[in-house]
Design a protein around this ligand. Structure first.
Ligand code: DGJ
Length: 374
């Protein structure tokens, strides 16, 4: 009897505590409790020797993309083995709350503010029952990386402010634009010339897929899909990271980019994005710039090999700079499962940079030890 007990115990322990030393992109990724990690559209923060992975907590079934719980968090010392830290920003039961249960909370990104000592979470918020129309940026704050985060507010950035380098002649419409047929060359030209910026000028610019990038000088930026997802905006945050300075610019007007993820190497900023096809994968894009304010040069699809035209069946969410390893970056992406969102898996791949161009290659299995010098 004692022998059977000890065999069962050791089997349970080896199941529960089995350590992983590899990334297996696209496979089920179990946390230290043996449960598939539930942190989609995620972002990463390194604090005192540990990584914190924040993401959308999804549930089962077709409606599993609406937020029934909130934003989840996991912690790890090695990037392979993750402990569930629970829901760090909870949806609220109050029907009048902007983050009431049933809203949509996507792509949370947490950054640390050195001036205030606070952890600041930005995310994309859609109000309950309004589809994707609200298109708001939302912010929450915490004293510790593993929460609890307190929701502060949500709104559309840059209300009543023009982007930098925006020609005066485009501050008012030159003709009746409402008659333009969508997707025609004239319509695209009108978008490039700020048709949707003018449309949303008084209520604030749309903010859907987003990331936050903190630069070496501690300046932070929200990089967000705006103008009906046609144009990316880069909006500078104020010193406490809780609001916008009103300095902002546009990237790739009318080119339809989503899912921005940014990193910097050797003074050059790189951005990887996707096209816009809902939950379906499409071909990733990449850009580089010498300044966060642009001009951003298009570098095309960073993926090579089989399924490169579908980003290996995934969509970017974040680029992680590996701590203590100079210029080693991990591309983090989601393989969405819209019919059962909780099953969505994670595609993490090393980024190689060749001639100032990021390259992504598929690996079934890899580890940090495989990293080549960048
Ligand atoms: C693609 C976006 O990247 C996701 O975050 C999500 O908003 C879906 N579209 C919704 O269709």
């Amino acid at each position: 009897m004692r022998l059977i007990c000890s065999i069962v115990l050791s089997l349970v322990c080896s199941f529960v505590f089995s350590q992983s030393n590899f990334f297996n992109p696209g496979k089920q990724w179990k946390d230290t409790n043996g449960v598939h990690i539930n942190a989609h559209g995620g972002g990463m923060l390194f604090v005192d020797g540990a990584y914190y992975w924040y993401g959308e907590y999804k549930t089962s079934g077709r409606g599993g993309n609406t937020s029934l719980k909130g934003i989840s968090c996991y912690s790890s010392k090695d990037l392979y083995n993750w402990k569930n830290e629970g829901i760090v920003l909870k949806v609220e039961q109050d029907h009048n709350s902007e983050i009431t249960k049933g809203c949509v909370m996507e792509r949370p990104k947490v950054v640390f503010n050195k001036k205030t000592g606070k952890y600041i979470m930005w995310f994309h918020l859609e109000l309950k029952g309004q589809g994707y129309d609200a298109a708001r940026a939302a912010v929450a704050i915490s004293d510790t990386p593993n929460g609890p985060f307190k929701f502060k507010k949500s709104y559309r950035p840059n209300k009543g402010v023009w982007p930098i380098n925006f020609d005066d002649k485009f501050k008012s419409a030159s003709s009746d634009e409402s008659a333009l047929k969508s997707w025609t060359p004239e319509w695209r030209e009108a978008i490039k010339n700020g048709m949707f910026i003018r449309r949303d000028f008084d209520k604030g610019q749309m903010s859907r897929d987003m990331t936050v990038y903190v630069d070496d000088n501690d300046k932070a930026y929200l990089i967000h899909a705006s103008e009906d997802n046609l144009t990316l905006h880069i909006s500078e945050l104020i010193d406490d990271y809780l609001d916008f300075t009103e300095k902002w610019t546009r990237v790739a007007p009318a080119d339809h980019n989503e899912a921005p993820a940014v990193f910097k190497k050797g003074g050059v900023y790189y951005m990887i994005t996707s096209g816009c096809t809902g939950w379906d994968p499409n071909e990733a894009r990449s850009f580089k710039s010498k300044s966060i304010w642009g001009p951003w040069e298009s570098l095309g699809n960073p993926c090579i090999g089989k399924d490169a035209s579908l980003t290996f069946h995934s969509q970017s969410t974040y680029i992680l700079s590996v701590e203590g390893k100079k210029d080693q970056f991990i591309f983090m992406a989601d393989r969405w499962k819209p019919d059962n969102p909780i099953d969505g898996s994670y595609i993490w791949l090393p980024i190689t940079i060749t001639d100032e161009k990021p390259i992504l290659k598929w690996f079934d299995k890899w580890s940090l030890l495989d990293f080549k010098e960048n």
